[in-house]
Design a protein around this ligand. Structure first.
Ligand code: EPZ
Length: 432
């Protein structure tokens, strides 16, 4: 398995471009199942989760062509298998996003139940409850969701919890249902808005995306379009936290501030000076150490849970004490054990991580456990004395496009050590 080696001590400086958002690209790729006309999706990030999704679609019979600059052409006119196997779904829970479109377009689907993952059990009961309310017959047996529906019908759906992919799945299903569906307590994330924009361009009739009440008037069919994915606000936030932790100054291209106001507010509280222009963001710490901040994660427009681990790392070297409360997932503090091994002063009280900033972290071998936790360990390595080796970085490759290249462009000393397969020595790709 590949590993990352990070040598700390250098402030991040320079400029990089932000890639398309993973969590917008995944539902948009699922939305291609709603039409038999070819679709072209631009600004797709080069990530493992994208590869998994294209493999899933291809196994169904989708014809996918990769063009330059990660433009994907998807043609589902010859789809034969409405089936998502466990071996793929277990590596990427977001595979559940094919369920709504398959049911809406083909009237049947067999999708493996996504297992839990490191950050929590992550059930999909709200997805299934909504589809049943729209007339789908759904059985769950042998670990698979088996669903049928002659034609989905409109319903008034009251989501008990704010669920991002639940909102996306049900919104996609409703586009071809008979009548007008209402989604109450819908997720308001920018990725939901991007999906709604894509669906409306395909001929859907969706109002209210971005608010907590979404109204979808069903239509008979949707047509193919070209859609460019919005920038990744979590990737951007991760690099901004890196610059804040290292006292650096960076400029991010292809990102807009309105996607991440709650994160920018916390970075300013930590002492960062942030300039926002129409399509880029500049952060300058002027060599200062950050101040610790208090954070409560919440659905958008609240502070994103996907930025919690990165801010826990920031607090571990910030001045003063901070409290970070995780309110979305049950078990999203696995990075704390690893940060403690690097000398952080952190303790968990219930779902709150209390930190007292330390003068410095010490490099150590650490293990990535989930996508955002692994990013927080890379950030910790950027400020630690000595070298930090991050193992199991397949987690990070799921959500960060060429992280070592981008960090090297910002002056970090980071190397990828390619996995040692039996009989070969590990190879180092010198990046910096
Ligand atoms: C999406 O996951 C994101 N993934 C996650 O990003 C993100 O952390 C999460 O939303 C919250 O913002 C994608 O968009 C592909 P939820 P999702 O349904 O939709 C509970 C990353 O790092 N729930 O909004 O799976 C659930 O257990 C990933 O990029 C139910 O109980 O999250 C959780 O406690 C990690 N039943 C809460 O709701 C359901 O049917 C919010 O989960 C659905 C959800």
């Amino acid at each position: 398995m590949d590993r990352l080696l990070v040598k700390g001590g250098r402030p991040l400086s320079g400029e990089i471009s932000i890639s398309g958002a993973k969590n917008a690209a995944l539902p948009v790729l699922a939305a291609t199942l709603l039409t038999d006309e070819a679709m072209v999706i631009g600004n797709v990030p080069y990530l493992h989760d994208i590869t998994t999704t294209t493999e899933l679609l291809a196994r169904m019979g989708s014809r996918i062509t990769l063009h330059e600059q990660m433009r994907l052409e998807v043609d589902n006119s010859t789809l034969q298998h409405m089936y998502a196997p466990y071996e793929l779904v277990r590596t990427m829970r977001a595979s559940i996003l094919v369920l709504g479109p398959l049911l809406a377009r083909y009237g049947r689907a067999e999708v493996s139940l996504p297992g839990g993952c490191a950050i929590g059990p992550r059930p999909v009961d709200l997805h299934l409850r909504g589809l049943r309310a729209m007339g789908a017959e759904i059985e769950v047996e042998n670990g698979y969701i088996k669903a049928r529906a002659r034609r989905l019908r409109a319903a008034e759906l009251n989501l008990e919890l704010v669920t991002v992919t639940g909102t996306e799945n049900l919104m996609m299903a409703a586009t071809l249902a008979q009548g007008t569906t209402v989604l109450n307590n819908a997720a308001r994330e920018p990725e939901v808005i991007d999906l709604a924009d894509c669906l409306n361009a395909m001929g859907a009739r969706i109002d209210g995306a971005g608010g907590d009440r979404i109204v979808v008037q069903g239509v008979d069919s949707l047509h193919g379009i070209r859609h460019d994915i919005i920038p990744d606000r979590i990737e951007a936030g991760t690099y901004l936290v890196g610059a804040t932790m290292t006292g650096g100054r960076i400029l991010l291209r292809n990102i807009c501030a309105n996607l991440m106001q709650s994160v920018l507010a916390k970075l300013r509280e930590a002492g960062a000076e942030i300039l926002t222009r129409e399509n880029n963001l500049e952060l300058d710490m002027r060599g200062r150490k950050p101040r610790a901040v208090n954070v409560h994660t919440a659905p958008f427009p609240g502070f994103p849970t996907d930025m919690q681990a990165q801010f826990t790392a920031l607090n571990s070297i910030a001045e003063g004490t901070g409290a970070i409360t995780e309110q979305v997932f049950e078990n999203r503090f696995m990075h704390i054990q690893e940060l403690l091994r690097m000398g952080a002063n952190l303790r968990l009280e219930g779902n709150t991580a209390i930190s007292r900033g330390v003068p410095a972290l010490l490099g150590a071998p650490v293990m990535a456990t989930d996508l955002r936790a692994s990013a927080s360990l890379v950030l910790a390595g950027l400020v630690a004395h000595g070298e930090t080796q991050i193992n199991r970085i397949y987690h990070i490759d799921r959500g960060y496009e060429t992280i070592e290249e981008k960090l090297s462009l910002l002056g970090a000393r980071i190397q990828r050590i390619f996995g040692e397969t039996p009989g070969t020595r590990s190879r180092r790709r010198n990046i910096a």
